[in-house]
Design a protein around this ligand. Structure first.
Ligand code: S3P
Length: 450
């Protein structure tokens, strides 16, 4: 089933070379945070370049339900009038976060230290995902959660009456967990400390500082120690959301595997906590260059130039790089099928609790299309056969997962036979213009009648 409607089966077949310039929409992580931090601020936040994917629209609706004024002014242009730290009102109805793990987890953090109750739910994918990783640390602040078994949604969160600050070492490398704790720490007196052994994307820390919070990050032997001083007055900001590197990954990778392609993807953030895929592709021998490198909004940015790369070779992806490319393993495993030799991806157990179990989803879909893959508990090994070695021809189950859907549509662009997916609907959660953008580059993607 599609995230919010009937399934949309799609087929992608071998394309002419992909050529042109791909304008990628706003970053999903930063879009969620812009709305949430805007809602927790005093005064007005103006956002341009907001990703208008379903995940982010669900977060916008949720912020309105908690009492913020949220208004769309034009394409990607939004205004949020916030209620201030601790100012959330109790929502009158259930908060439906759709497919968005980031949305629901950050919002739970943001409300956990305000004495209100809220009930959260989502689609079948989100209702199957673990929430204990969020509700456990939120309980330390004094919040209580009543969910289904395993802490799954639907879940009611009872915000702390008298929140206390927390010192928390994240048990998994997760920016969502770190961010939920920091957002909860906003309305607790004193200092909330998060320790993470492996650095994860740092947008929450950067943006909290930008909104006026006192927050520091110290690198120690234990890992990164992030200290937030509670109960700041956040003030509304003007935010230009950068383009999403996780979405850029699809046209970049498609260009590397479709013969004679030449694609430019302008203005992509290369924040080191997000850019692991591009480093990996270059190590595999991809013809991928960074042009016009510059700093925008405090973030390193470049135009990515990707060309067909017939000499790709398999590598071992360093497990310590996983957090910086955690959403990109599905599309990397597609590129690996067109590389010579083994691409070994380990230390990625977290992929099993994303929108789907992405290890199993990729292994099954690649095998169905004639690619040799080994599945491991915390990883996978793809045995690539070079530029023209993928038979294709199968239909893949996407399990309500946008990145599985887009990855297999990219596989179809370079495989010998067409590749189909059972449902492309969830693509709209993160990259609503994917189909049109890829078609403009020359891809052949069609929606099939059911
Ligand atoms: C995100 C963190 C990551 C990532 C997700 C977005 C964020 O999830 O997979 O797409 O915006 O904080 P985890 O925190 O579960 O690793």
């Amino acid at each position: 089933m599609s995230a919010h409607g009937t399934p949309i089966p799609m087929t992608s077949r071998r394309a002419a070379p992909l050529k042109g310039v791909a304008q990628i929409p706003g970053d999903k992580s930063i879009s969620h945070r812009s709305l949430i931090l805007g809602a927790l601020s005093v005064g007005e936040t103006r956002i341009t370049g907001l990703l208008e994917g379903q995940d982010v629209l669900d977060t916008a609706r949720a912020m309105a339900a908690f009492g913020a004024e949220v208004e769309r002014l034009g394409e990607g242009e939004w205004r949020v009038h916030g209620v201030g730290v601790g100012g959330f009102a109790e929502p009158e109805d259930v908060i439906d976060c759709g497919n968005a793990g980031t949305g629901v987890r950050l919002i739970m953090g943001a409300m956990a230290t305000t004495p209100i109750n809220a009930t959260f739910t989502g689609d079948a994918s989100l209702r199957s995902r673990p929430m204990g990783r969020i509700t456990d640390p939120l309980a330390l602040f004094g919040a209580r959660a009543y969910g289904r078994s395993g802490g799954r949604l639907p879940l009611t969160l009872v915000g702390a009456q008298d929140a206390v600050p927390v010192r928390y070492e994240t048990p998994v490398a997760s920016a969502q967990v770190k961010s939920a704790v920091l957002l909860a720490g906003l309305n607790a007196p004193g200092q909330t400390v998060v320790i993470e052994k492996t650095p994860t994307r740092d947008h929450t820390e950067r943006m909290l500082a930008g909104f006026g919070a006192e927050i520091t990050t110290e690198v120690t032997d234990q890992g990164q120690v992030i200290t937030l001083t509670g109960q700041p007055e956040l003030t509304g900001q003007t935010i230009a959301v950068p383009r999403d590197p996780s979405s850029a990954a699809f046209p970049v990778c498609a260009a590397l595997i479709v013969p004679d392609s030449d694609v430019v993807v302008p203005g992509i953030g290369l924040n080191p906590t997000r850019a692991g895929l591009f480093t990996t592709l270059r190590e595999m021998g991809a013809d991928l260059t960074y042009e016009n490198e510059r700093i925008e909004g405090g973030e390193p940015v470049a135009d990515l130039h990707a060309r067909f790369s017939p000499e790709l070779r398999g590598i071992t992806v360093p497990p310590e790089r996983a957090a910086s490319m955690i959403d990109e393993y599905p599309i990397l495993s597609v590129v690996a099928a067109f590389a010579q030799g083994e691409t070994i991806m380990r230390g990625i157990h977290e992929l099993r609790v994303k929108e789907s179990d992405r290890i199993t989803a990729m292994v099954e879909g690649l095998r169905a299309n004639g690619v040799k893959v080994d599945e491991e508990e915390d990883g996978m090994v793809v045995h690539g056969g070079g530029p023209d070695a993928v038979p294709g021809g199968a239909t893949v189950a996407t399990h309500l997962d946008h990145r599985i859907a887009m990855s297999f549509l990219c596989l179809g662009m370079a495989a010998q036979r067409a590749v189909s997916i059972d449902d492309g609907g969830p693509v709209a959660t993160s990259f609503p213009v994917f189909e049109g953008l890829m078609r403009d580059l020359g891809a052949q993607i069609v929606r099939r009648n059911r």
